[in-house]
Ligand binder design. Sequence first.
Ligand code: UTP
Length: 520
Amino acid sequence: MYLSLLDIPNVCLSPPTPRLCTCEDYTRQSHIPYNHLFMSGLEDLRAKYEAAGQSHVFTYWDQLSADEKAAFERQLRGIDPARLNAMVKQALDADEAARHEQNAKVEPPPTESQVSTVGDEAKSNYYYEIGMKAIAAGQVGVLLLAGGQGTRLGSSAPKGCYNIQLPSGKSLFQIQAERIAKLQELAANYGRKAGVVVPWYIMTSGPTREPTESFFREHGFFGLDPANVVFFEQGTLPCISNEGKIMLDERGKVATAPDGNGGLYAALRVPVRDGEPSVLDDLQRRGIKYLHAYGVDNCLVKVGDPVFMGVCVDKNVATGVKVVKKTDPAESVGVVARKNGAFSVVEYSEIPPSLSEARDSNGELLFRAANIANHFYTTDFLMKDVPAFESKMAYHIARKKIPSIDLSSGERVKPSTPNGIKMELFIFDVFPFCADLAIHEVERKEEFSPLKNASGTASDNPETSRRDLLAQQRRWLEKAGATVANGADVELSPKVTYGGEGLQNVAGRTFDQTKNIESL
Ligand code: UTP
C-alpha cells in the first residue's frame, strides 16, 4: 500500500522531535478494518484538536462518507495539533525576528574553509585522486533533491523529466543517470576492480513521487541497476491560515504542502516504503561514508564529483558546499558567509550594499561564494549530528494564496491575495550548526546552469540550459583538438565523457553538424 508521508507522523511533524507513532505502527494498524481501529478513539482525537484550538477541522464530519471519514481520520491522526501550533509559533517568531534584525554581524567565510580549484588543474587532480579513491572503495553515494514542484517552470511533470531540447532529446534525469554510470566506470578503472556502485538516493515529494518512479520504470532506469536507485519521499505539513488555523483543502482533507528541501534530514530516517529500510539504514548497509546532494535542475551538475568529494575528505569535514563566484554585487543569489559567528547562506537582501560591493585585495567581491545547492555530508553527520540540533531549526514561512474551504460558506475558494502560510526548511539550514564547513569554489560555466523559469523568460530557462551545456561540450572538444563549426551543436553523451576526459580520438577531427555522440 502506498503511504503519503502525511500518514507518517514522525516525518511530517517531527523533523524536530517527538515521534508520535512509527511508520511500522501505522503499517500494522492499516491491516485492521477502519471501524474497529478508530471508532473508540474518535472522541480522544476530537479532544486533542479542541484543546489546541483546531476543532474546526471537524466542521463537516457528519457530511462525509464512511470512506472519506476513514481517510480524514487517518490524516488527522498523523498530525499533532499542539505540536503544530508550537511549530507555527516558532516559525512566525523567527520570521518576525529576521525582519527586524538590524544588527546581524555578517562576515565573509574564514579563508581556511575555502578551496578554489578554478583554473588550477594540478589542484583539481590532487583532489580528484582523493575523491576517486573513496568512490572506487564504494564509500560515495549521491542524493538528488527532486521534491520541488517546479512552479516557475510550469511543467506538469517533475522537473527531472524535462527535455531541454538537446540533440539527443535526453531528460535531466537521463543525463544524471548516465553521469553516474560513467562515474562508476571511471572509478572501476581507477580502482582496477569491477562493479563499483554509486547508489542514487532520489528524494521525491507527494506530488512528484509517482510520476518520477514511473518515468524511471518506463525508461529502464536509464541503464542503471534498479537495486541501486532508491526513491524516498520528503514530508508534508499542514497549511495554516493567517489566523493560525489548519486549512482544509476539501471538507474532509487538510490542505498540505511539501516541507521544503530541508525536509531531507527527517525523510532520511523513514522507511523508503512499507516494510523497507530507511535511507540511513541503506547507507550503513552499503558502507557509504560520504554523500553528494544536489538539485535536479542543474544540467551541468557533476553528479558525485570526485574533486568535490576529495576537497571535503581531505579537509576532514562533516559538511561541505560547492559555490560559484558571484561577480555582480547586485546578483540576487544567496552567498555562503558567517552570520553572527555561524556559517549561513545569507540572502542578497540581508547584506547592506556597503558589504555586498566590498572587494578584497585581489579585487574580488568579499561576499562572492554563491550557493548552488551542492552539498557534501558524511553519513555520521546525518545520523548523529543532525538529530542533536534539529529541533532548533525554525521553519521558514512562505505566505501564499492557498485554495481552501471557506468555513463560513463551506465552499472551496481560490483566493486572490495570500490567505495562509506554508512552512519549509531549507537544505542549508543545517549550516549554522556546523563547526566546520568546506567551501569549494568551482567554475560557473562548467558546473552551474539552473533550470528555474519557463521557456522565453529572461534567465535560467530551457534555452540557457541547452546553450550552457552545448557550449561546455564545444569547449571540451576544442580543448581535445577538434574543430566545431559555427552553428554546429555537438552533444557528448556522458557515456563518452564525464568531465571532458577521454576525448583523445577527436583530435584533428571537424564536426560541422549538430548531433549527439554516443560513442567515439
Ligand atoms: P527550488 O527552490 O528551485 O524549487 O528547488 P522548485 O520546486 O524546483 O521550483 P519552484 O520554486 O516551484 O519554481 C531547488 C531544489 O530543491 C528541490 C527541487 O526539486 C530542486 O532540486 N526541492 C524543492 C525539494 O526537493 N523539495 C522541496 O520541497 C522544494
